[in-house]
Design a protein around this ligand. Structure first.
Ligand SMILES: *Cc1c(COP(=O)(O)O)cnc(C)c1O
Length: 394
């Protein structure tokens, strides 16, 4: 089908077309690792599956189209996509990173890349002046996550891109929370968009995968070379599963976002909840910027209870969400950043970033929203019922 004329909703279903040999509407799963060559002078399109596999390629073309890029790359995990992309850097280069970057990316930069002579500094990406001040002569990449995890802080993408271009830096953006349906960073000038496709894109908590997309042919060539050199490619079976998951992305995200908005409004009205973080609330910090650069608030929100005691009480009384790390799945996932995603961060550092012992993150799934709300309501009610009695020590 001719692509440009259709919405993402339609191209999600049709972007990779039909199998050219059989007309199969589901892309065939090519398990082959090697491909017969007619002649040693003239190799075919595929030779070895690390370098290229037809099933993986269908996925790579699909994500490139969704993000509006020239080429997509599929990796064995989000971290594999991020790590491979960082290999564009060389010894002595410097990276500016958002303070609230995903924990795995934080670890890669501070405990792996540093050993190869790649320097880094963390900045508050919400403050363009601070970012401008932190740029050095050897800064080669500015790394953005917006909305950030777990406080959903917003970065002005175009503001950062402008600074980056003026200083000859590339911008990488982790678009996991938004997906290309809600935010298309390449159209705002970002050089590489990254995904943990493990989350919304695959959507069913059963595939670990990562994607990278660029709108620049030169960067695409570098990424293709690195993908093949480093070799952390996505297998054909997982590529196929991810393609399958993608077909329902539009309805999943629409439904989950609607429920998340409802839940955010429910939570903000509850006395037990001190704060709600959700880019769909008009008083959310960065709301205006988010509305300008994205098409929806997404399906992840966080909220703050008073302390760990309240968190324990709530956790004990809610039944529907699974209590786990990860997000972006058909099932709602409740997680506790202080002891899960940010457990390795020193308490002081963690609290300075607003990740206190009372903070919970909820990734809203596809359950009935009213049932989710009454489940949470039951959990919050239990906090009041169990308010600690005054203990008199004799
Ligand atoms: C999960 C996640 C990653 C890492 O992806 P994996 O698929 O787990 O390797 C990176 N960034 C964000 C924002 C994530 O949520």
């Amino acid at each position: 089908m001719s692509r440009k004329t259709y919405s993402q909703q339609t191209s999600l279903i049709h972007s990779h077309g039909y199998d050219r040999h059989t007309g199969a509407v589901s892309i065939p799963l090519y398990h082959a690792t090697t491909f017969h060559q007619q002649d040693f002078d003239q190799f075919g399109t595929y030779d070895y599956s690390r370098s290229g596999n037809p099933t993986r390629e269908a996925l790579e073309d699909t994500i490139a189209e969704l993000e509006g890029g020239v080429r997509g790359f599929a990796f064995s995990s989000g971290m594999a996509a991020i790590s491979t992309t960082f290999m564009m850097l060389s010894q002595g280069d410097h990276v500016l990173i958002s303070e609230e970057v995903y924990g795995g990316t934080y670890r890669l930069i501070t405990e792996v890349l540093n050993r190869f002579g790649i320097q880094y500094s963390f900045v508050d990406m919400g403050d363009l002046h601070e970012v401008a001040r932190a740029i050095r002569v050897n800064t080669k990449v500015i790394y953005i996550e917006t909305p950030s995890n777990p406080l959903l802080n917003i970065t002005d993408i175009e503001g950062i891109v402008k600074l980056a271009k003026a200083n000859d830096c590339l911008t990488f953006l982790d678009n996991t929370f938004m997906t290309p349906l809600l935010q298309r960073p390449l159209s705002l000038g970002v050089d590489v968009v990254l995904h943990s496709a493990t989350k919304f894109l695959a959507g069913h908590s059963d595939v670990l995968a990562g994607l990278a997309v660029t709108g620049c042919n030169q960067v695409a060539e570098k990424l293709a070379f690195l993908q093949n050199s480093f070799g952390a490619v996505l297998g054909p079976q997982d590529s196929w599963l991810l393609l399958r998951g993608l077909k329902t992305l539009h309805v999943r995200l629409k439904q989950s976002s609607e429920s998340a908005s409802k839940i955010a409004r429910f939570l903000e009205a509850r006395n037990e909840v001190e704060e709600v973080y959700y880019p769909g609330l008009s008083y959310h910090k960065g709301y205006k910027t988010h509305v300008r650069q994205a098409e929806g608030p997404g399906a992840v929100l966080s909220f703050r209870l008073k302390s760990e005691r309240e968190v324990r009480e709530l956790k004990r009384h809610v039944n529907i969400p699974v209590f786990a790390v990860s997000l972006g799945a058909v099932e709602s996932i409740l997680s506790y950043p202080a002891k899960m995603s940010h457990a390795s961060m020193p308490k002081e550092e963690r609290e300075r970033r607003g990740i206190t012992d009372g903070l919970l993150r909820l990734s809203v799934g596809l359950e009935n929203a009213d049932e989710l709300i009454s489940d949470l309501s039951h959990g919050l009610n239990s906090i009041n019922l169990s308010s600690p009695k005054k203990v008199i020590h004799l």
